[in-house]
Design a protein around this ligand. Structure first.
Ligand code: HEM
Length: 141
């Protein structure tokens, strides 16, 4: 049996539903408030961009690359402080989105590691911005 790619399993329609469920979850879940606050109030543009990105990343046509000439995620995330906590909030929304679209266990298992890896690649800080608010850290200077 030939392994199917996530794109073949979901199709363009399924990827659209996944991304919509992802940003809906980010909008609604108090546990994702920190990551939600980084985004613009209107999520329409980033919804479209993530749909394009994931279409290529999941094995479909490289829509994001065609439009931007790159698949590098470092530059667009550069302005934001993304530590382990922010990464984990993002991944929590993705887990929730997979639940909301009733993704199969096959798909969830297929995505688990690569999704963690790409989110950890986007992480650009060792610590989370919350450490600034941690009363246990002694301010110096
Ligand atoms: C690890 C945690 C992550 C955080 C906190 C984060 C946060 C953000 C923020 C704040 C934006 C700007 C949105 C806006 O303009 O309203 C953005 C854009 C974007 N993010 Fe993420 N992101 C994360 C991970 C990822 C991952 C893993 C992917 C891909 C699988 C991704 C794909 C994108 C794309 C495609 C854009 C649009 C970039 C562009 O303007 O071309 N992000 N992200």
């Amino acid at each position: 049996m030939t392994a199917r790619s996530p794109y073949e399993i979901l199709g363009e329609d399924g990827i659209g539903k996944l991304v919509d469920a992802f940003y809906d979850a980010m909008d609604e879940m108090p546990q994702a408030a920190r990551v939600r606050a980084m985004h613009k109030e209107n999520l329409d543009e980033v919804r479209d961009k993530l749909k394009d990105y994931l279409t290529g990343w999941m094995g479909g046509p490289p829509l994001y690359h065609r439009k931007t000439g790159t698949v590098c995620l470092t530059d667009p995330h550069d302005p934001y402080w993304i530590g382990p906590r922010e990464r984990d909030q993002w991944l929590l929304c993705m887990d929730e989105a997979l639940e909301r679209i009733s993704a199969s266990d096959e798909l969830k298992n297929m995505l688990k590691e690569p999704m963690y890896r790409i989110a950890d690649t986007v992480r650009n800080r060792q610590s989370s911005s919350e450490r600034d608010e941690d009363p246990n850290i002694i301010a110096v200077g």
